[in-house]
Write a protein that binds this ligand. Structure first.
Ligand code: MRU
Length: 366
C-alpha cells in the first residue's frame, strides 16, 4: 500500500520524549500541521475541537489520553484522580462509542499494575489498540474487496462507482480507513473504481479529507453536494454506497454523520446496495434501539453559519446566512437496520441483524 496507509498516520507516539503527536485535521487539505498533546486537557481539546475526529481515531486518541493522565499524575496521588481524568476524557464527545470503549480498555490494562508499572502498561495498551485498529481496517478492506470485485465482474463498463459520506478514511481511523479500506484495496488490486465524495456539510470532512486522501492515493473521485446522491442513484451512476459509523447497535442501527440516513433511503429506493464498514470497537453491545438510544451530538451553530476555506494563502471563515438567523447543528443521524444491506467488519460481511452480528461476534454479550 502507498504512504497513505503506512508512513503517515493521524496519531503517533514519539518514543524519545513520550509525547503524543496528531495531525490537526482542521487545517487539511491546505496545510499539514502537527500538534503535540501533553496533557488530558490537550486530549480533550483535540477531540472536542476535532483536531482529531472519526470514531476509531477518537478511541485511539482517548487511549493515549489515559496514558497522558498516568504520565502527569504525581506518585502517591489519590486513585480517584485518575478515574476523574478518565471520566473527563469519556465525556469529550457523546456519539462515538469507541471513546468510552478505549478508555475503559486502557484502564482495565493498568488496573492491577503496581504504580511504577502503570505508565508502561498504559502506553502498551494504547499502542495495542492503535495496531489492532489498523489490522481491523486492513481486514475490512480485504472483505469489502469481494463486494467491489463482484460488481466489477458483473458490470458491462468500468468503473465501479462508489458513493461515500463524510470521512471514514485513514484520517478517521489509523490506517486504511473503514469505508475507504475496500476502495483502497480494490484500487491496489487493479479494479477500476470511481468515488462520489459527499462534501458533508457543515465541516466538509468529505470535501476536505476524503478527497485529499483519495487524491494522494491516485483514486478517481469527484466531490458532490450532499444532496446530489439521490439524483446520481436514479441515473444508475452509483453501484454501491459504503459509509463508516460512529456507533452501531448490536441490532444493526447505524449512527453516522448527519445525512447518512437520507443516503440510505435513496439507496433503498433505487436498489443500490448500502454497506456500513466498521471495526468491532464501534458496535455498542448495550444499546438495542439506535434511534431512541444513541446520543446525537449537537455542535456549535456557528459551524453551520460560517463556512471555512482557503483564500489568498490563509484559512478564512465567511458568514453565509443572515447574521441574525440562528442555526441548529445536529452532527449525526441514525439509519435503521432495515435500510442497511450489510456490515463489513474485520471478521467478514454480515447482514444488519442481531442474529448475524452475534454469529460473527459470539463472545460479545449484550
Ligand atoms: O464528526 P466526526 O468527523 O468525528 O464524524 C465522524 C465521521 O467522520 C463519520 O461519521 C464517519 O463516517 C464514521 S467514523 C469512521
Amino acid at each position: 500500500m502507498q504512504d497513505a496507509q503506512q508512513s503517515l498516520r493521524p496519531i503517533w507516539l514519539d518514543d524519545a520524549n513520550g509525547e503524543v503527536n496528531v495531525i490537526d485535521q482542521r487545517s487539511l487539505p491546505h496545510e499539514l500541521v502537527v500538534l503535540e498533546l501533553q496533557t488530558v486537557d490537550d486530549t480533550i481539546y483535540a477531540i472536542q475541537e476535532m483536531v482529531v475526529r472519526g470514531a476509531p481515531l477518537i478511541g485511539i486518541t482517548a487511549a493515549y489520553g489515559v496514558y497522558l493522565a498516568v504520565k502527569n499524575t504525581p506518585a502517591g496521588t489519590d486513585a480517584d484522580h485518575l478515574t476523574t481524568e478518565c471520566d473527563r476524557i469519556k465525556a469529550a464527545r457523546p456519539t462515538a462509542v469507541n471513546l468510552q470503549w478505549a478508555v475503559e480498555r486502557v484502564l482495565a490494562a493498568i488496573h492491577a499494575q503496581p504504580d511504577e508499572q502503570r505508565l508502561e502498561a498504559a502506553r502498551q495498551a494504547a499502542g495495542a489498540i492503535a495496531e489492532e485498529e489498523a489490522e481491523n481496517c486492513r481486514l475490512i478492506g480485504r472483505h469489502g474487496l469481494r463486494l467491489i470485485e463482484a460488481i466489477s465482474q458483473r458490470k458491462d463498463s468500468a468503473p465501479v462507482n462508489i458513493l461515500t459520506h463524510c470521512n471514514a478514511g485513514w484520517l478517521a481511523t489509523i490506517a486504511y480507513g473503514t469505508a475507504t479500506a475496500p476502495i483502497y484495496t480494490a484500487y491496489d488490486q487493479g479494479v477500476d473504481v470511481h468515488v462520489w465524495v459527499d462534501e458533508t456539510r457543515p465541516l466538509n470532512q468529505g470535501a476536505r479529507l476524503t478527497a485529499w486522501e483519495l487524491g494522494r492515493h491516485g483514486i478517481s473521485h469527484a466531490v458532490i453536494t450532499d444532496n446530489a446522491g439521490g439524483h446520481l442513484m436514479q441515473h444508475g451512476m452509483v453501484d454501491l454506497v459504503i459509509v463508516g459509523t460512529d456507533r452501531t447497535t448490536y441490532t444493526g442501527d447505524v449512527a453516522n454523520k448527519i445525512g447518512t440516513y437520507l443516503k440510505a433511503l435513496a439507496a433503498r429506493d433505487n436498489d443500490v446496495p448500502f454497506y456500513v464498514a466498521l471495526p468491532s470497537s464501534t458496535f455498542d453491545w448495550r444499546m438495542r434501539d439506535g434511534v431512541k438510544e444513541i446520543p446525537i451530538e449537537e455542535r456549535d451553530p456557528d459551524e453551520i453559519r460560517y463556512i471555512q476555506g482557503h483564500s489568498e494563502g490563509a484559512l478564512r471563515s465567511v458568514l453565509v446566512p443572515p447574521a441574525s438567523s440562528p442555526a441548529a447543528n445536529y452532527a449525526f443521524d441514525v439509519t435503521p437496520a432495515r435500510l442497511v444491506t450489510g456490515f463489513i467488519t474485520e471478521r467478514g460481511i454480515c447482514a444488519a441483524t442481531e442474529d448475524a452480528v452475534r454469529a460473527l461476534f459470539p463472545e460479545k454479550k449484550a
